[in-house]
Ligand binder design. Structure first.
Ligand code: NAD
Length: 239
């Protein structure tokens, strides 16, 4: 695998949850990390370069990418989970989720891929979910639709650039402990019951720690013969 020492890694949504754990894991692996989030305060304490970046802001993303030097690894981690079925979903939710969960990745890749192609090497990681084309999950219509699109995006980029030194893979977690998971559980009105149900659907009988997903991100950054894959990390949910 690739030595990450000194490799430049750019990550979105690094203030909390999987993004934060991944930022810490890439720093431990010796990478030169540029950690970004819309919540600049949340990046405090990360021992790396940090920048406020709203991935919904097309101009800000273009300016941010233009100001970067060579990038070896891009980890598109930003995403939002809407609850509900197709009959409960609004067009505004669809538009917001598609913009944040899909088009924001397109913006980041458009900004960073040209430099990777010039140097003939690069690795792109996109955050999907098992709630996507991998598995139908109740009450996750908008989310699953957009996370399935992430897998199409990932395979398309992988296919177009496989012969030019670019790898592009997606990470598909099951349920992962994070601040937004706790918000979703609280929003059901019965945190304990919702948590028990989420634990029960993972055959390992527990929810993942963000650090476990971060380890997969670091692995994929080093996995020099792996591209176009949707790698599930789900405690056995999709067995
Ligand atoms: P989280 O939802 O708790 O945190 C999300 C982070 O995204 C926050 O730091 C927030 O400030 C940032 N963010 C929101 N809007 C942004 C924007 N416009 N620009 C830049 N940053 C923005 O973290 P999480 O639960 O670990 O989720 C991270 C990713 O992992 C998401 O794509 C999510 O869909 C995916 N995921 C999470 C789970 C889970 O169970 N937690 C499972 C599968 C996939």
């Amino acid at each position: 695998g690739m030595d990450l020492t000194g490799q430049v890694v750019v990550i979105t949504a690094a203030a909390q949850g999987i993004g934060r754990a991944s930022a810490e894991a890439f720093i431990r692996a010796g990478a030169r990390l540029v950690a970004t989030d819309i919540n600049a305060d949340g990046l405090a304490g990360l021992e790396c370069e940090t920048a406020r970046l709203d991935v919904l802001d097309r101009v800000a993303v273009a300016e941010f990418c233009a100001g970067l030097g060579p990038v070896d690894v891009l980890f598109n981690c930003a995403g939002f989970v809407h609850a509900g079925t197709i009959l409960e979903a609004t067009d505004d939710e669809m538009d917001f989720a598609y913009d944040l969960n899909v088009t924001a990745m397109v913006r980041m890749i458009r900004g960073i891929l040209p430099g990777m192609l010039e140097r003939g090497s690069g690795c792109i990681l996109n955050m999907s979910s098992v709630a996507s084309s991998v598995k139908g999950v109740p009450n996750r219509f908008v989310y699953s639709t957009t996370k399935a699109a992430v897998l199409g995006l990932t395979k398309s980029v992988a296919a177009d650039y496989v012969a030019r030194g670019i790898r592009c893979n997606a990470i598909c977690p099951g349920t992962v402990q994070s601040p937004s998971l706790d918000e979703r559980l609280s929003a059901t009105g019965d945190y304990d019951a919702a948590r028990a149900a989420f634990v029960a659907r993972q055959p390992m009988g527990r929810i993942a720690e963000a650090e476990e997903i971060a380890d997969l991100a670091v692995y994929l950054a080093r996995a020099t013969y792996t591209t176009g894959q949707a790698v599930c990390i789900d405690g056995g949910w999709t067995i």
